[in-house]
Design a protein around this ligand. Structure first.
Ligand SMILES: [Zn+2]
Length: 254
């Protein structure tokens, strides 16, 4: 049984967490502020910059032997199916881009920055990397093959090889892919990387295995149906896609 003091302490801790999540999106980085990794943080622009500030996480072109876009950021059919499990923390949204690539494909930094975490507390297993960028964004590279040969605090340049891609199941034949996220420097929010990365997204969508694979809310069926138009998420926020009427039908539903 819970003792009264433990119950009170738990209630206070949970309330503080709720307050953090509720206030996080309204807080803005202050001048001279450092994040959890000790790196300086910058305030985010109010809107996505007109000129995308980042480039793709691979040096070479897309193709069947190199890498392809395999799952978009956002309201995908796969994220909807797993909204209460894997993607619950990200409001039910796939909060990164998946690029299928053979294990060991070289991953490059999408912009200049400072290494923030190497196999740190954020990211996708088995290995991951976070880079803080001076424009207020951080990039996260997940499901890496091995621990990146970098240390927190180290400066990296756009296009520099920073990691090797791996497999979320650690087999190199199950689901070899890179999971790429763009967050704010504090890791409160994640953003659709598509408007933030210079690339020919139409061609990448055509060539990849993704297609127009977004879940529909039948009360607003056109919302969040393209790779460009996808919502930012706040970690710990409510589900954005807990649709009452939806297509494709929920698995297991009649
Ligand atoms: Zn992913």
């Amino acid at each position: 049984m819970l003792t009264k003091s433990l119950f009170v302490r738990l209630t206070i801790s949970i309330s503080l967490l709720v307050i953090l999540f509720l206030t996080a999106p309204f807080l803005n980085a202050q001048e001279g502020e450092l994040n959890h990794a000790g790196n300086p943080v910058a305030a985010l622009p109010a809107e996505f910059p007109e000129e995308p500030p980042f480039t793709l996480p691979f040096a070479g072109p897309a193709g069947p032997d190199t890498w392809l876009l395999s799952q978009s950021y956002g309201n995908t059919v796969g994220a909807f199916a797993q909204r209460r499990i894997f993607y619950h923390a990200g409001q039910g949204i796939h909060f990164g881009l998946d690029f299928s690539a053979p294990c060991g494909t070289e991953v490059v930094a999408i912009g200049n920055g400072i290494v923030s975490e190497v196999d740190g507390r954020h990211g996708s297993a088995p290995h991951n990397l976070v880079i803080d960028h001076p424009n207020g964004y951080s990039s996260l590279y997940g499901h890496l093959l091995q621990t990146p040969d970098l240390v927190p605090g180290e400066a990296v340049e756009r296009g520099q090889v920073v990691a090797l891609s791996g497999d979320s199941f650690e087999t190199c034949y199950s689901a070899p892919h890179l999971h790429l996220e763009i967050r704010d420097n504090h890791h409160w929010q994640a953003f659709n990387p598509v408007p933030l990365i210079q690339a020919d997204w139409d061609s990448l969508t055509l060539a990849g295995s993704f297609g127009a694979n977004f879940q529909r809310d039948l009360t607003d069926p056109r919302r969040w149906q393209t790779i460009q138009d996808q919502p930012s998420i706040v970690f710990g926020g409510n589900l954005l896609n807990d649709y009452a009427l939806t297509w494709p039908p929920e698995r297991g539903a009649r």
